[in-house]
Design a protein around this ligand. Structure first.
Ligand code: GDP
Length: 300
């Protein structure tokens, strides 16, 4: 947790610190409130949540009258936490209710960190004593399957792959079949994320899911979103959400941006909780998303 905080705060705490120093000004005039609003918008919190937060802060600061730094800090912490959604169920379902492996599909646009996140997740699970099978259902890029297999070898998970250009759904089907045959605990399926044709993507992801469901239900569909892509990322996220039912979000590259507000924006946009965060390229750089730790890191 300490490591997580330091990793996050390096780029993120500008947001919380900036807000805190603005709130601490002796005179909170209109210009200051506008600056507070700009700070939130710059961090990709989104327009509606920003306005709501500013409204609440204004009211509460007024009620408070004179403010000590500790009071302001506590108030900001509480309001940011409310914004992030402390009560959302962020359980990652890695145990199937049936007597068979849990199946998790990982979807998202190429380059967002899908394969890396799949690899890191496999690592976490294997470290936890679970046996994992990886399905390389991104058959369009040979490099993608190689990359996943490298992760698999690194963390101790077998990778099922098909011929380059082969049918992604059939690789996914085989991976689950293999997982069942081996008595594996979890099957993670890495999918393709070419966005140039929405119908193509829709057909393909939908088919992967349907074919996998012949073995049993899919336990999670995790959408990987690159935190550095801001509003663009949100538009893409929406497209995916139209195609498959997303059950959780993995927000990657939070180590490389001060735009942590995207957590708020994407949860609002999709109505799905952020469950995982990516904090770097290494095997240990994946963490469950914990609202309290996140907000503490923001405030620094
Ligand atoms: P995919 O095309 O969606 O499967 O994306 P990749 O998994 O190949 O990742 C694209 C690039 O992003 C690679 O260079 C990864 O190392 C990098 N990456 C993935 N997750 C993170 C993260 O959380 N932080 C940072 N800094 N880089 C990441």
């Amino acid at each position: 947790l300490v490591r997580l905080r330091s990793r996050l705060s390096r780029s993120q705490n500008t947001l919380g610190k900036g807000l805190l120093s603005l709130l601490s000004r002796e005179h909170l005039d209109e210009d200051t409130w506008e600056e507070i609003e700009d700070t939130l918008l710059t961090a990709d919190v989104g327009v509606a949540p920003t306005q709501e937060l500013v409204e609440r802060l204004r009211t509460r600061v007024k009620v408070l009258g004179t403010r000590t730094p500790a009071e302001l800090r506590a108030l900001l912490r509480e309001e940011l936490l409310t914004l992030v959604g402390p009560g959302l169920d962020r359980t990652l379902h890695t145990e199937s209710p049936q007597d068979q492996p849990a199946v998790l599909m990982v979807v998202g646009v190429n380059g967002t960190g899908k394969t890396t996140t799949t690899g890191k997740l496999a690592r976490v699970l294997v470290a936890d004593g679970r046996s994992v099978v990886l399905g390389a259902a991104d058959t369009f890029r040979a490099a993608a399957a190689d990359q996943l297999q490298t992760w698999g070898e690194r963390v101790g998970a077998r990778t099922v792959r098909g011929p380059e250009g082969g049918d992604p759904a059939s690789v996914a089907f085989d991976a689950v079949k293999e997982g069942i045959a081996e008595g594996a605990d979890v099957v993670l399926i890495d999918t393709a994320g070419r966005l140039h044709t929405k119908t193509g993507l829709m057909d393909e992801l939908g088919k992967v899911k349907r074919v996998v469901e012949k073995h049993g239900p899919v336990d999670e569909v995790i959408l990987v979103l690159d935190a550095t892509t801001g509003q663009n990322g949100l538009v893409q996220a929406r497209v995916f959400a139209e195609v498959v039912d997303i059950t959780g979000i993995a927000l990657t590259k939070l180590d490389g941006t001060a735009k942590g507000g995207i957590v708020v924006a994407v949860q609002r946009e999709l109505g799905v909780p952020v469950k995982l965060i990516g904090l770097g390229e290494g095997p240990d750089d994946l963490a469950p998303f914990e609202p309290e730790a996140f907000v503490d890191a923001l405030i620094g």
